[in-house]
Write a protein that binds this ligand. Structure first.
Ligand SMILES: Nc1ncnc2c1ncn2[C@@H]1O[C@H](COP(=O)(O)OP(=O)(O)OP(=O)(O)O)[C@@H](O)[C@H]1O
Length: 344
C-alpha cells in the first residue's frame, strides 16, 4: 500500500508522518501513474520541498514509479477566526493606489486598506509595484519571505500571506539598495512578471501600490492588466495639491483612462493618541476638498496623522490600533460591496 510507504515520511519539524498529519490529499493511482497533493499544514512551510523529495524517493524505491506531487498552501481563510463569508462579487476588482508625489502615505493606505477589506471577508491581494522603493514587505512584516513556485514545473510564484492578504513585491527579489537602479524596461518587465506570474488564486480585490509620480511604470501597470479604478492619496498641503491635479490628469489621460474612485486625504489632521476626539488641522483645512470638487472627485476619507500609523507600518502590523482601524474599516466599507453608496 502506498499509504504505508508514505507513513515512513516524517515531517522533520512536527515529528509525525505526513499521512497522519493529513498532508496526503487527492491521492490517485491510475495507469501506472501516482499522483497526490501535499497539503501543507502551515503557510510557506520551509520543509515542503524536502518532504516532497523524501516522498518521491520512498515511492520510487518501493514501486519504481516517479509520482507527481503537487504542493498546496493551506487555505488561510479557513484558519482565520470570525471571518464573515465573502459577499458574491461578479468580478475581481483591481484598484491602483496612486499619488502625485512620494511620501504622502500611498503604501500605508494600500496596506491598511487591504487588511481592512480582508477583515470584511474579501479575498485580497496586494502588488507592490513601487519598484523604486518597495515597502510592502516591511509593512506586512514579511521581509524575509523567499518566493517559491508551486513545484519545479510551475512558472507561478506563490505570494507571501500576512494578515489575511496575499502580498507580492519586487522587494522579495532584490535588496532595497538595488531598487533605485531599476530603470526603464527592466523595471517594467519586472512589474509585468509580478502581475502575471503570481499564483493569486481567486481574489475579490487586487490592490496595486503604484510608484509615486507619473512615469513609465504607471503606463506598464495600466497596460499589463485591466485596472478598474484608482484611489489617489494626497496630503492636505498646498504643494501636494498641485501633484494631485497632475496625478488625476495622468490617470484620466487618453492613454491611461482609469476611472478615479476618489481621493484620500492622508495626514488630514493630527490626533493625539490620548485625546482621540481632538482634531488639529495643522496643514490647513478645506483646500483638498476644493480641488476634489473642481475635478469632480469624491474625498473618500480623512486619515489622521497618528504616531501609531507610522509605528505599525514599521513593525509590520497594519490596523493595529483603534484610530487606524476605525478609519480604514470605514474606507473599506465605503469602496466595497459592503458600502451602501459606492459599490465599487
Ligand atoms: N496618517 C499617517 N500618520 C502618521 N504617519 C504616517 C501616516 N501616513 C503615512 N505615514 C508615515 O509616513 C511615511 C511615508 O508613508 P508611505 O511610505 O506610506 O508613503 P508613500 O507615499 O508610499 O511613499 P513612497 O512613495 O516614497 O513609497 C511612513 O513612515 C509612514 O509610516
Amino acid at each position: 500500500m502506498i499509504s504505508d510507504i508514505l507513513k515512513t515520511v516524517i515531517h522533520p519539524e512536527q515529528d509525525k508522518d505526513i499521512v497522519s498529519l493529513g498532508m496526503v490529499q487527492n491521492f490517485t493511482e491510475q495507469d501506472g501513474k501516482i499522483r497526490f497533493t501535499l497539503q501543507l499544514t502551515k503557510a510557506h512551510d520551509p520543509m515542503a520541498q524536502s518532504i516532497k523529495r523524501s516522498a518521491e524517493a520512498a515511492i520510487i524505491e518501493a514501486t519504481g514509479i516517479a509520482p507527481t506531487i503537487i504542493i498546496a498552501e493551506p487555505n488561510v481563510r479557513k484558519r482565520l477566526p470570525n471571518v464573515p463569508k465573502p459577499p458574491k462579487l461578479p468580478l475581481q476588482k483591481t484598484i491602483a493606489i496612486a499619488s502625485g508625489k512620494g511620501g504622502v502615505g500611498k503604501s500605508t493606505v494600500t496596506a491598511n486598506l487591504a487588511v481592512a477589506l480582508a477583515r470584511l471577508g474579501y479575498r485580497v491581494g496586494v502588488i507592490d509595484a513601487d519598484i523604486y522603493g518597495p515597502s510592502m514587505p516591511k509593512m506586512f512584516g514579511v521581509e524575509g519571505y523567499m518566493p517559491v513556485t508551486e513545484d519545479e514545473n510551475s512558472q507561478e510564484i506563490i505570494p507571501a500571506q500576512s494578515h489575511g492578504v496575499k502580498v507580492m513585491s519586487i522587494g522579495f527579489f532584490i535588496k532595497a539598495e538595488d531598487a533605485l537602479v531599476w530603470r526603464g524596461p527592466m523595471a517594467t518587465n519586472a512589474l509585468k512578471q509580478l502581475i502575471n506570474q503570481t499564483a493569486w488564486g481567486e481574489l475579490d480585490y487586487l490592490l496595486i501600490d503604484l510608484p509615486p509620480g507619473t512615469g513609465d511604470v504607471h503606463l506598464t501597470a495600466v497596460g499589463a492588466l485591466k485596472i478598474d479604478g484608482a484611489i489617489v492619496v494626497s496630503t492636505p498641503g498646498k504643494v501636494a495639491l498641485l501633484d494631485v491635479v497632475r496625478g488625476i490628469g495622468m490617470l484620466r489621460s487618453k492613454n491611461v483612462n482609469i476611472p478615479i474612485i476618489g481621493i484620500i486625504n492622508n495626514m488630514a489632521y493630527f490626533t493625539p493618541a490620548e485625546l482621540p476626539d481632538n482634531k488639529y488641522y495643522i496643514f490647513g483645512r478645506g483646500e483638498l476638498e476644493k480641488v476634489a470638487q473642481e475635478m469632480r472627485v469624491e474625498v473618500l476619507a480623512e486619515i489622521p496623522l497618528v504616531q501609531s500609523i507610522a509605528e505599525n507600518g514599521d513593525s509590520g502590523k497594519p490596523l493595529a490600533d483603534g484610530i487606524t482601524e476605525d478609519v480604514f474599516m470605514g474606507l473599506a466599507k465605503k469602496i466595497s460591496a459592503d458600502g451602501n453608496e459606492n459599490t465599487f
